[in-house]
Design a protein around this ligand. Structure first.
Ligand code: S3P
Length: 430
């Protein structure tokens, strides 16, 4: 796939439903008593893997429309283990959260598999705490394929060694089945969609800035979930409109949970021109519309505390910083090495291939900003959807365009991404 430069980004866009919230709505909907109707569902390869996984566990999930689902909940203890392994494909959120749920299905045994990328990602971070709660696991040296034996669980107080919303969520979900209370303490705050949805479903949960405690639940009920637009899918367009002069782009109905919008904070101190309007709540989550105008950027430093709040947007930060005045640094982001690809190496290689000055460090990047359009070139996605979208954003702002190898992996989170890029090109031409 080849993406040519664009001379401006203008118009109005809506992005698909949030991936994190979409996964959680199907998973939790399955554990509810009664039906859950999900509107604005973010359909993607990842969230379809969650639908298929819940179907394999005996849950009826009906697709009423492209983005509307009806999940017929089987209750907290109504899942039944399939004979065949459950394929989690590329979805880290699915495998980690589902493991927490399956750990509590006492007396049942489940097998989880995934694609090559997911099979290379660490699972010990969930099996270790869930094992302490009483579940039994077999893994391939901490990796998929994994067998989960559900057991009667004991509540724990667990300090996360790495800031991870997926691990926190797995433990909290297991806590619904545990005797006594389960507390997760995080080194720095991470996204809290699980806590918000558990609250909405009637679970007993208390929250402090860096911890959450859950108590065993008898029944859950969600009823209706309206999924707001995915900030992580809006972010490529926010960065593109910031970098391409003459842009004025509106993004509507975007989730603005402060534990997701770290990139906006970072860009704003770099001098970006992003205004939030129509602030509202969608499904108990803060949301709003964004207006992005292009702007010159200055360098900044991003440290560990901000990392979880912008985790999936850090490759885009590196691109923005490489086009800013001055030298930028990202530290405390070693978690990027455990994503769908090693995103420290993948991002640095991708941006260097376009002539940008980005150096990988153990836990982030060192970036020498040059306030000019990147030259252009060829970027390999490495099968990582966020790298493919990074390449496309860089292409829009480049001098000569970018050839993207393996661009089709955008379907993991955002199947309509390139159609939106093309619609922006038509708008720009008008
Ligand atoms: C997610 C949490 C983050 C993020 C991932 C989605 C979630 O992963 O990178 O894309 O939905 O909880 P970690 O919790 O492993 O950092």
């Amino acid at each position: 796939m080849r993406i040519e430069p664009i001379h401006r980004l203008v118009g109005h866009l809506a992005v698909p439903g949030d991936k994190s919230i979409s996964h959680r709505s199907v998973l939790l909907g399955a554990l509810c008593d009664g039906e859950t109707r999900i509107g604005g569902f973010g359909r993607s390869a990842d969230t379809e893997a969650t639908i298929e996984a819940m179907r394999a566990l005996g849950v009826v999930v009906e697709e009423l429309d492209v983005d509307t689902l009806r999940v017929s909940g089987v209750g907290l203890r109504g899942l039944s283990a399939p004979a065949a392994p459950i394929d989690c494909r590329n979805a880290g959120t699915l495998v980690r959260l589902l493991t927490g749920v399956l750990a509590g299905q006492a007396g049942q045994r489940f097998e989880l598999t995934g694609d090559e990328s997911l099979s290379a990602r660490p699972m010990r971070r969930v099996t270790e705490p869930l094992g302490r709660m009483g579940a039994v696991f077999e893994t391939d040296d901490g990796h998929l394929p994994m067998v989960v034996e559900g057991r009667p669980l004991q509540g724990i107080a667990y300090e996360l060694p790495v800031a991870s919303a997926q691990v926190k969520s797995a433990i909290l979900l297991a806590g619904l089945y545990a005797e006594g209370e389960t507390t997760v303490v995080e080194p720095v705050p991470t996204r809290d969609h699980t806590e918000l949805m558990l609250e909405a479903a009637g679970a007993r949960i208390t929250r402090r800035p860096t911890s959450a405690t859950v108590w065993p639940a008898e029944r859950l009920e969600l009823g209706q979930v309206e999924v707001p637009g995915d900030f992580s899918s809006a972010a490529p367009f926010v960065v593109a409109a910031t970098l391409v002069p003459g842009s004025e782009l509106h993004l509507h109905g975007v989730n603005l949970n402060p534990r997701r919008t770290g990139l906006l904070e970072i860009l704003s101190r770099m001098g970006a021109n992003v205004t939030v309007y129509n602030r509202r709540r969608i499904a108990g989550e803060p949301a709003g519309d964004l207006e992005v105008r292009s702007s010159d950027l200055v360098a900044t430093t991003v440290t560990a505390k901000e990392v979880p709040l912008a985790i999936d947007e850090l490759p885009l930060f590196a691109l923005a910083a490489s086009c800013a005045h001055g030298d930028s640094v990202l530290r405390g982001a070693e978690e990027l090495r455990a994503k769908e690809s090693d995103r420290i190496e993948a991002t640095a290689d991708a941006l260097r291939a376009l002539g940008q000055h980005v150096r990988a460090t153990e836990d982030g990047f060192r970036i020498r900003g040059v306030p000019a359009r990147p030259r252009g070139g060829r970027i390999e996605s490495r099968g990582d959807h966020r790298i493919a979208m990074l390449a496309a954003v860089a292409a829009l702002g480049s001098q000569q365009g970018v050839e993207i190898g393996g661009a089709e992996c955008v379907a993991v989170s955002f199947p309509g991404f390139f159609e939106i890029v093309e619609s922006l090109r038509r708008e720009a031409a008008e």
